[in-house]
Design a binder for this molecule. Structure first.
Ligand SMILES: [Mg+2]
Length: 120
C-alpha cells in the first residue's frame, strides 16, 4: 500500500505542484486542504500517513492546525512548509511536534526526502 499524504496549502498551484511531485514518487494524495480548518477535518476523515502543512493560510494557520492535529493524534506525522523568511516558525513547529520543515521555494527532492523520512 502506498503511503497517503494530505496536502494543505491555500495556493492551488502549490498543492498541484506538491501533488505531482508526490504522485511521481509513488505516494498517494489522500486529500487537499486550502486552510488549517479543512486540514484538521480531512485529517480526521482520511487518517493520512503524512500531512504537509503550509503555515500561512486563511481561517486557521498551519501552526494552529499542527497543534490541533497533534492533540487529536499524538502520532500524526506532520511536515511544515513555509516561505523563506519565516524560519522563526521552525522552532515553534518542532516544539509542537512537526517532523520536518521545508522552506519554499522547494526542490522536488526536498519534498520526496522529507516524506520518505517521515514514513520510515
Ligand atoms: Mg500560504
Amino acid at each position: 500500500m502506498p503511503f497517503r499524504v494530505l496536502i494543505a496549502d491555500d495556493l492551488k498551484f502549490v498543492r498541484d505542484a506538491v501533488r505531482e511531485i508526490l504522485e511521481n514518487a509513488g505516494f498517494l494524495v489522500a486529500g487537499e486542504a486550502e486552510n488549517g480548518y479543512e486540514a484538521v477535518r480531512i485529517y480526521l476523515k482520511e487518517r493520512p500517513d503524512i500531512v504537509i502543512l503550509d503555515i500561512t493560510m486563511p481561517v486557521m494557520d498551519g501552526l494552529k492546525a499542527l497543534e490541533k492535529i497533534k492533540r487529536l493524534d499524538p502520532h500524526a506525522k506532520v511536515i511544515m512548509c513555509s516561505a523563506l523568511g519565516q524560519q522563526e516558525y521552525i522552532i515553534r513547529s518542532i516544539q509542537l511536534g512537526a517532523r520536518d520543515f521545508i522552506v519554499k521555494p522547494f526542490k522536488p527532492e526536498r519534498i520526496v526526502s522529507a516524506v520518505t523520512r517521515a514514513c520510515a
